[in-house]
Structures are given as structure tokens and as C-alpha cells.
Design a binder for this molecule. Structure first.
Ligand SMILES: *Cc1c(COP(=O)(O)O)cnc(C)c1O
Length: 393
């Protein structure tokens, strides 16, 4: 009998019964070093005592009430996010897509409030903002969009990392209200932007009255060694979105607003049934506490740089390896040919990774990764890559 699951995933033939730290275990007792953290979600690894206790305690008290009522855990998490980002307001959601939908809606509302009835948003080639219709329209992946037209109008895509392209798009479309980007593209192949470009976008948005909206769904919450990846450029966006790592595995999303974006959304203009539940927000607070008290941002920066160096050295001069890149514990190894099979081979070798944009091996390990565990990633991964490239040569 065929499976009653909708056939939308090509899954690796493994499932996990439990996890501890950076390790996951299957029913046969085999262990796997989790180099992907469920695509950047399990930032504290598995079974982290602080997170487990916070979830258990909150679940025993109350899991869900409703946004009809006050939710102290939500207010507290919003407060923490505002402090860490220097931003002003937070609206919660349940996923990255939903957080970005809120950002898109905010930008449109902002336009309408200024008499612009057809507000446009500029986004980037090879970007990833989610799979809802609105976020697909913003996403720069033909493959993800194809077959779902008509997509919502009002989006313009330009080449990534080109300030001129954004400037020209804005000249061509005077109804532009916002620029949306990942400062370090994730699904797009771990592609960093230049810090000068990010600063240039900040100035351009200020000059033109556009909102600068940064999607930190993958790069945020310590992943790159700062709370938010845009902080490397020393700027503050008007809107920032978060999700993946924010509650360490409990579904959550957040849209954070500041400056001209604060106060735009008004009562009744947006909302959610589940978003910002006591459970999700208690988990989010525990994640932020753990990251802070255990020095995990510094750990992500240090062990990330160490892993980056070790991979660069081990793969230097290997024909077919194009580049090792990224920041903190958000790393990519690009090769010169499609290499999706490496995810399967790594799994058989006891290492979990994935491949994005067909040619980029992606590492997003838990932020608790130690140097010894980083060494283990190198030990398992490098021979697989060199062997793969040698076989195909
Ligand atoms: C994963 C991701 C999303 C989508 O998040 P979902 O929770 O899958 O909806 C959006 N933006 C970026 C940058 C992402 O990495």
C-alpha cells in the first residue's frame, strides 16, 4: 500500500528515537552527529536541560490560552528580543513563512498609509522567504515558484549583493516601499552579502523612505556568532523576521519592527490563533537564557571559525571544491557539480548534513558544538567529499 502521506519530501531512510547534545540516535542504537540541527532549528542541540525543563514546566501549567488574553511569556520574550536587537515591537507567528508574511503585510500597510495603493517590495535573486503564496512571490527560486502562479503581485527581484540593482529597481518602480533580504542567504547556498552592501542598503532605504526588512529566520539567534547576522554590519533594520532557532525546536516565528515600521500595524490588522503561545514563548525565553548564560554566541563564532579553517585546510587544492564559506556555525562547501548524494553518504557514515542549491553542502550544527565535535565533522565529511569528487572526475 502506498503511504497516505502527501508525497512532497524525498526523505532519507532513517528516523531518530532520541537525542543528546549534538547526537541523534536511531532505533538500532546507531548514533549520528547532527551537523544540521533540523535545518538550523535545534540550536541548543537535543535534550538541553534548561529547554526541556522550561517546556515541561510550562506544559504542566498551561500550553495555550489565546491572544484574546494577556500572555506574560509573550511579553517577556518580546522584551528580550527588543533588548537584543535594539528594536521596538514584536508580533509572534508559528514559522518563518508566517513571520515574513507579517513583514510583507506591514510593508504594504505602510504604503497604503502613505497613499500608495500598489506598494512594491524589492527582494533578491536566490533568496528564500518561505512557501506561502506571499513569501513565494518574494522568494528568488524559480523551482519553488513554478506551477503556483498566479503569485501575488508587487514584488521585484534583483541580483543579490548589488546596490546599484536595488537603486535602479527603485527608480523604475516609484511605488517601492521596502527591500527584503537575507544578509546571509541560507537555502540560496550559504551566500554572504558584503557588509558595505548592507550598509549601503540602510542608507538607500533611509534616503528613499523605504523599509529595510531583514529575514533572519536562518541566520538569527546566535547562528553566526552575533544575535542577528545584520549586527556584523553595525546597522539596524526596520523589520527583522525570526523563526528557526528561536524556540529550539518548538514552532515559533517573530516579526520585529522599529523606527518607521513601529506602530504601523493596528488592532485588527493582523493576528494569529497559535502564534506566541505560553509554551512557545517559554521555550524561546529558555533558549535566549541558555545562549546567554552558556556563552553560546562566542562558541558559535569560535568553533565556527575553527571548523571553517579546518574544512578550508583539509579541502584546499582538492579539485572540484569551489569554496568554503559562511559565518559562525552557518557554513557551506560549494563543489563544481550536483552533490545531493553526499547527504545520504554522510548519513550512512553517521553525520547529518544537507545539500542546498544542488552543489552546496550545508552545515548548521547546534551552537553547543565543541572543537572535538567539529573535528569529528571534518573527519567524517572530508573523505566523503574528496572521494565523491575523485569518483566523478
Ligand atoms: C526556513 C526559512 C524560511 C521559511 O521558514 P518556515 O518555518 O519553513 O516557514 C524563511 N526564510 C528563511 C531565510 C529561511 O531559512
Amino acid at each position: 500500500m502506498s503511504s497516505p502521506l502527501v508525497n512532497i519530501y524525498s526523505r532519507l531512510p532513517v528516523s531518530f528515537t532520541h537525542g543528546q547534545g549534538v547526537w541523534l540516535f536511531d532505533a538500532q542504537g546507531r548514533k549520528y552527529l547532527d551537523g544540521l540541527a533540523g535545518i538550523g532549528v535545534s540550536c541548543l542541540g537535543h535534550g538541553h536541560p534548561r529547554l526541556v525543563a522550561a517546556i515541561a514546566e510550562q506544559a504542566a501549567r498551561v500550553i495555550h490560552t489565546s491572544n484574546i488574553y494577556e500572555i506574560p511569556q509573550q511579553a517577556a520574550l518580546a522584551q528580550r528580543l527588543a533588548e537584543l536587537s535594539g528594536m521596538e515591537e514584536v508580533a509572534f507567528a508559528n514559522s518563518g513563512s508566517e513571520a515574513n508574511e507579517a513583514a510583507i503585510k506591514l510593508a504594504r500597510y505602510y504604503g497604503h498609509q502613505r497613499g500608495n495603493d500598489l506598494p512594491h517590495i524589492i527582494s533578491m535573486d536566490s533568496s528564500w522567504h518561505g512557501r506561502t503564496l506571499g513569501t513565494l512571490a518574494a522568494t528568488g527560486s524559480e523551482k519553488a515558484r513554478k506551477g503556483f502562479e498566479p503569485l501575488p503581485a508587487g514584488f521585484i527581484q534583483v541580483p543579490y549583493n548589488s546596490l546599484d540593482a536595488v537603486r535602479r529597481a527603485g527608480d523604475d518602480e516609484p511605488r517601492t516601499v521596502a527591500v527584503l533580504l537575507e544578509v546571509l542567504q541560507g537555502e540560496g547556498g550559504i551566500r554572504p552579502s558584503d557588509l558595505e552592501y548592507v550598509r549601503g542598503l540602510r542608507e538607500l532605504c533611509d534616503a528613499r523612505g523605504w523599509l529595510l526588512m531583514i529575514d533572519e529566520v536562518q541566520s538569527g539567534i546566535g547562528r553566526t556568532g552575533k544575535w542577528f547576522a545584520h549586527q556584523w554590519a553595525g546597522i539596524r533594520p526596520d523589520v527583522m523576521t525570526l523563526a528557526k532557532g528561536l524556540a529550539g525546536g518548538v514552532p515559533i516565528g517573530a516579526m520585529v519592527a522599529a523606527g518607521p515600521a513601529a506602530g504601523v500595524l493596528t488592532p485588527g490588522s493582523h493576528g494569529t490563533t497559535f502564534g506566541g503561545s505560553p509554551l512557545a514563548c517559554a521555550a524561546g525565553l529558555a533558549v535566549i537564557d541558555a545562549l546567554e548564560h552558556e556563552g553560546l554566541l562566542d562558541n558559535a563564532a569560535e568553533v565556527g571559525a575553527y571548523l571553517h579553517d579546518a574544512l578550508s585546510q583539509a579541502l584546499s587544492g582538492v579539485p572540484g571544491v569551489t569554496e568554503v564559506r559562511g559565518r559562525g556555525l552557518m557554513l557551506g562547501i560549494e563543489v563544481d557539480r550536483p552533490c545531493g548524494i553526499l547527504a545520504t553518504r554522510a548519513m550512512h557514515a553517521g553525520l547529518l548534513i544537507n545539500v542546498t542549491r544542488e552543489r552546496v553542502v550545508r552545515l548548521l550544527p547546534p551552537l553547543i558544538l565543541s572543537r572535538a565535535e567539529a573535528d569529528e565533522i571534518v573527519r567524517l565529511l572530508v573523505p566523503l567529499i574528496t572521494q565523491f569528487l575523485a569518483d566523478q572526475a
